[in-house]
Design a protein around this ligand. Structure first.
Ligand code: SAM
Length: 212
């Protein structure tokens, strides 16, 4: 999701109290940002933030950090937070490649990857958020028994993500190629913007939950 450059978005982000501006300074100290030591869940590539904010409303006992690379997209999430302030949500504008500079070893309990960009060319495989290169970064910041939940309608990307697991030392607790068709797994499912769009077009949604 890359919206057209929205004039003024960088300024709005720079002034927003919902955005953490020097996230590296909080490495290992995220409890201080929220003023409590609730578990920390992050979404990488959150887009306009609907999933993250719906999750935060359902789980006030969890702290949520949404990470988004593009200002024009993050702006939409900030606008939603202006309407509905949630004390357990913060945003970071950054490229997830830097994630180990921002979260300490074992600081994160869960990582959500929702409808990550597919980067279809082979030479770009390492940019895919479920790639082994990213799994190595997640390994550093996830606590013992921490999990990653990944959803996509892109079957090629999902197959790639499954193939990356074993060489990187991860195992799947849950794998489905049709989340919405699985009565049990779909219970409590919170839809993302892309999920809403693609499932309404009839695309099956794949999901895994993994741990080391
Ligand atoms: N998660 C949302 C959803 O399911 O509706 C948005 C999905 S959209 C296809 C992918 C989002 O991930 C885009 O907003 C994109 O800017 C962001 N993104 C892609 N690569 C990223 C990276 N390396 N770091 C941070 N955000 C990234």
């Amino acid at each position: 999701m890359r919206l057209k450059n929205v004039p003024g978005s960088r300024e709005v982000i720079a002034e927003s109290r919902f955005v953490i501006h020097n996230p590296e300074e909080n490495k290992g100290k995220w409890a201080g940002v929220f003023g409590n030591d609730a578990p920390l869940h992050i979404e990488i590539g959150m887009g306009k933030g609907r999933f993250l904010m719906d999750m935060a409303k359902l789980h006030p006992e969890v702290n949520y950090v949404g990470i988004e690379k593009y200002s024009s997209v993050l702006l939409r999430a900030i606008q939603k937070m202006e309407e509905e302030e949630l004390p357990n949500v913060r945003f970071i504008r950054m490229d997830a490649e830097e994630i180990t500079n921002v979260f300490g070893r074992g600081e994160v309990e869960r990582i959500y990857l929702n409808f990550s960009d597919p980067w279809p060319k082979d030479r770009h495989a390492k940019r895919r958020l479920p790639s082994r290169q990213f799994l190595a970064r997640y390994d550093e910041i996830l606590k013992k028994d921490g999990t990653i939940e990944f959803k996509t309608d892109n079957r090629l990307l999902f197959d790639f993500a499954l193939e990356e697991l074993e060489p990187a030392g991860w195992r799947a607790d849950v794998v489905t190629f049709d989340l919405h068709g699985d009565e049990k797994l779909v219970q409590g499912n919170v839809m993302t913007e892309y999920e809403e769009r693609f499932s309404s077009m009839g695309n099956p949604i794949c999901k895994y939950i993994i741990r080391r």
